[in-house]
Design a protein around this ligand. Structure first.
Ligand code: MCA
Ligand code: AMP
Length: 510
């Protein structure tokens, strides 16, 4: 095989009449039709001057055309860099510059604000709207389709997924062709995904969950998906009777449970509900089983690794655990201070190694060395233990990270923006239990000596610079932050103090 990832996931579908996508309006697309468009998109990449190893950044609303571009990148060896549609111009500026993207595809509504940014980084700017129109599609329709996939090896980078860091600077996780292929193969096998499956796909396609876990496994198994632009309870309830599988973050499940219409009658065809990206409360697991008869299968992953563990498909799915490591993945628990292995069953830092573990952070060898040990184990920043039966329990995080509705928010990044405001002396950003998002972002802000509080200015700065999901849902102004004797801000004290801020009892999240 010249390009094992493309040859395994996509090439078998050339000319196939099998069903790939079902749109909410009932219209469908076959695999064969999809593959014709992939070849055209690949031709367009070549016409834009992109070669193997070049980066294509994309910030576009969810559509099948986005998947065509992703597949075209796999076909040509161009590195796919998908970006959250909520990112602001300032955030995009950083990604284009850091990745030195050759092409940036954005929604037509953002073309004007993106033009100077793209020009500054010498990036070619193209557009793609949710209905498939835009300047990229014009090229794809008129260029010569690519006939043969470009040769790519296992260690070639397939995608660059940015994840923020505890220092506030986003890092591009380099995922190789072998990383994506090994994870897809293991998951299809473990979750027994077969051609007749129909996945309810309502996740965004700019993250590992909605893109790699959901789409790569669909392609590999030749199954189909009911493709929704986003998750809403109404749409999910309408689609579930036709679906056999669903992948979601815990918020999907708690929202379904909050709706009286959800129950046995809508899940008659379903065989598997999968949850991940954030902790699913045991209580949600139990309630879901009572209401639907289905035990949600919880699994654990990271952008840097894809999936690491999964509850079994056949066998006991244990509430409050993320199951044993996947076949081929090794997971160990270490004392985070000494780096020594802890006793069986004790809590410590989760470290993982395997064919799923990324190659490192884009052009940040020192960051890579901090997190990826010489023996190939990634220090996840998640604290956990392994029980007697080999099930992994995640009990907390050592990294300063908030997970809100499945999106990661690094407090440092938000604090840096808030601290730039004139009247602010300093700030501490924490996650508080949130009934819908699991954790909600809260900013505790200290006023500079002699300055007057101006929440309007603070809001303006936050809105201009940070994507919506990172913006604090509550701001608390205070005189001083609690510190320990070393002068370090005690975020645990703040978390305790503000744990009831979002009133209702939290159902997901720590
Ligand atoms: C939307 N808002 C949010 C979030 N989503 N705020 C905080 N956290 C969020 N996740 C904002 C909206 O802009 C809106 O602001 C307000 O909150 C309420 O919006 P709502 O309509 O309720 O939100 P929504 O549009 O329904 O979105 C909620 C959602 C969505 C469906 C849960 O966030 C989502 O699809 N999350 C999935 C994330 C994901 O795919 N993560 C995978 C990462 P306003 O009202 O002011 O306008 S990959 C990963 O973690 C690893 C690899 C793994 O293990 O999977
Ligand atoms: P991301 O960087 O978006 O890939 O987020 C990865 C992080 O999400 C992990 O390091 C965990 O902290 C968290 N995560 C993913 N799946 C789960 C899960 N099932 N339970 C608890 N945390 C999870």
């Amino acid at each position: 095989m010249t390009n094992p990832l493309f040859d395994t996931l996509l090439a078998p579908h050339l000319g196939s009449d099998a069903l790939f996508v079902i749109h909410p309006d009932g219209s469908t697309q076959s695999y064969g039709a999809f593959m014709i468009n992939v070849a055209c998109a690949a031709g367009a990449l070549a016409q834009c001057g992109l070669h193997k190893g070049d980066r294509l950044a994309l910030q576009a609303e969810k559509s099948v055309e986005v998947l065509e571009i992703y597949a075209a990148c796999l076909m040509t060896g161009v590195i796919f860099l998908p970006l959250n549609t909520g990112y602001t111009a300032e955030e995009i500026d950083y990604f284009l510059g850091d990745a030195e993207a050759g092409v940036f595809i954005c929604d037509p509504s953002r073309e004007t604000e993106s033009a100077p940014i793209a020009a500054r980084h010498k990036t070619k700017l193209l557009t793609l709207s949710q209905n498939g129109s835009g300047s990229f599609s014009v090229i794809a329709k008129t260029c010569a389709p690519l006939e043969a996939a470009v040769a790519c090896g296992p260690n070639d980078i397939a995608a660059l997924l940015y994840t923020s860091g505890t220092t506030g600077r986003s890092k591009g996780a380099m995922l190789t062709h072998a990383n994506l292929l090994s994870n897809a193969e293991v998951l299809v096998d473990l979750w027994q995904i077969i051609q007749s499956d129909r996945l309810l796909h309502a996740l965004p396609v700019f993250h590992a969950h909605g893109l790699f876990v959901a789409v790569n496994t669909t392609w590999l198994s030749g199954s189909s998906m009911i493709f929704h632009p986003a998750f809403t309870v109404d749409n999910a309830l309408a689609a579930l009777p036709q679906a056999t599988t669903m992948m979601g973050v815990p918020t999907f499940y708690t929202r379904l449970l909050d709706d009286a219409r959800f129950g046995h009658d809508v899940v008659g065809n379903m065989r598997l509900f999968i949850s991940g990206s954030a902790p699913l409360l045991a209580e949600t697991h139990t309630q879901f089983e009572e209401r639907s008869g289905h035990r949600i299968l919880e699994r654990y992953g990271m952008t840097e690794t894809g999936m690491n563990t999964s509850n079994p498909y056949v066998g006991e799915r244990r509430a409050g655990t993320v199951g044993p490591p996947l076949p081929g993945v090794t997971l160990r628990i270490k004392d985070p201070d000494t780096g020594e292995a802890v006793a069986q069953g004790d809590i410590g830092m989760i470290e993982v190694a395997g064919p799923n573990v990324f190659q490192g952070y884009w052009r940040m060898p020192e960051k890579t060395a901090e997190e990826l040990r010489a023996d190939g184990f990634l220090i996840t920043g998640d604290m956990g233990r392994i029980d007697e039966e080999g099930y992994v329990h995640i009990v907390g995080r050592s990294k300063d990270l908030i997970i809100s509705g499945g999106y990661n928010v690094y407090p440092k990044e938000v604090e840096l923006v808030i601290d730039d405001v004139d009247w602010v002396r300093e700030s501490a950003v924490i996650g508080a239990p949130h009934p819908d998002f699991g954790e909600g972002v809260v900013a505790v802000v200290v006023v500079a000596a002699g300055a007057a509080v101006n929440l309007e200015v603070l809001t303006q700065v936050i809105v201009a610079r940070l994507a919506k999901f990172k913006q604090p849902k509550k701001v608390i102004v205070t005189k001083a932050l609690p510190r320990n004797t070393m002068g370090k801000v005690q975020k645990n004290v703040l978390r305790d103090e503000h744990r009831d801020l979002f009133a209702q009892k939290a159902r997901n999240g720590f």
